[in-house]
Ligand binder design. Structure first.
Ligand code: DGI
Ligand code: FE
Ligand code: FE
Length: 192
C-alpha cells in the first residue's frame, strides 16, 4: 500500500486534535516552500510534514513499549522527556501501521523535534518548518523566519540555539541529538 497525500491527511486528521491538525497544515505549507527554496524533494517534504506529529497523542506506555521493543529506536529516549518520543516512535509505527515505505520521509519524521548531526536537506526542512510555521510564537522566532529566507543551516542553528536556551532556562535536560545538531551546524557555518 502506498501512502499518498490524501490518505496521509485522512490518517492524521483522525489521530490529531483540531489545533494540532491546523499546525500540521501550516507546517506542510512551510515545508513545501522551504523544499522549493533549498532543493529538497517537494513531495517527500509534503508527506513528512503531514505525518510528522502522527504519534503526538499516543499513550505514553504504548510509546515506551515501542522504544523498548523496536531495535531501531534508541533506548536512551527513555531517560529523557516523553515529549521527545513522538517523532522516532511515529516514524516506526507509520511504517508498521500505515504502510509508510519511504526511509527518507521516516527519517525526517524521526528527528523533527531534536534534529541530529548531519541532517540531510529534507530533515532540515522539516525541523525548521515545525519551528517557524506561522502559528509559532517562540522568543526570537522572527529572526529565525528572516534567516530561513537566506540560509537553511543558519536558520536551523538559530532554532537549535533557541531551543537549548529555553530548555536550560527551565533547568531541563537536553537530549544528545539536540546538542549534536547544534554542534554540527556550528561546524558547517564556520566552514562556509
Ligand atoms: O510536536 P510539536 O509541539 O509541534 O513540536 P516538537 O516536536 O518540536 O516538540 C516541541 C517540544 O520539544 C518543545 O517543548 C521543546 C522540546 N524539545 C526539543 N528538544 C528537546 C526538547 N525537550 C527536551 N526535554 N529535550 C530536548 O533536547
Ligand atoms: Fe512534534
Ligand atoms: Fe509539530
Amino acid at each position: 500500500m502506498k501512502l499518498d497525500r490524501d490518505m496521509a491527511l485522512e490518517l492524521v486528521k483522525a489521530k490529531l486534535k483540531k489545533e494540532r491538525f491546523e499546525h500540521t497544515i501550516r507546517v506542510t505549507d512551510t515545508a513545501v516552500k522551504l523544499a522549493e527554496m533549498y532543493g529538497a524533494d517537494v513531495e517527500k517534504a509534503e508527506r513528512a510534514a503531514i505525518l510528522h506529529d502522527y504519534a503526538k497523542y499516543r499513550n505514553r506506555e504504548e510509546m515506551k513499549r515501542w522504544i523498548k521493543s523496536d531495535p531501531r529506536l534508541p533506548k536512551d529516549l527513555l531517560h529523557y522527556h516523553h515529549e521527545l518520543w513522538h517523532g522516532p516512535v511515529g516514524a516506526v509505527i507509520l511504517e508498521k501501521e500505515a504502510g509508510l515505505d519511504d526511509a527518507e520521509v521516516a527519517g525526517a519524521i524521526a528527528c523533527h523535534t531534536t534534529g541530529k548531526a548531519n541532517m540531510n536537506v529534507l530533515d532540515k526542512v522539516i525541523f525548521l518548518a515545525d519551528y517557524i510555521e506561522p502559528g509559532r510564537k517562540f522568543p526570537g522566532i522572527d529572526e529565525v523566519r528572516g534567516t530561513a529566507k537566506e540560509d537553511l543551516d543558519k536558520a536551523c542553528l538559530q532554532a537549535a540555539h533557541n531551543t537549548i536556551f529555553f530548555l536550560m532556562s527551565k533547568g531541563q535536560k537536553v537530549y544528545p541529538d539536540t546538542l549534536h545538531n547544534y554542534n554540527h551546524l556550528i561546524n558547517i557555518i564556520t566552514h562556509k
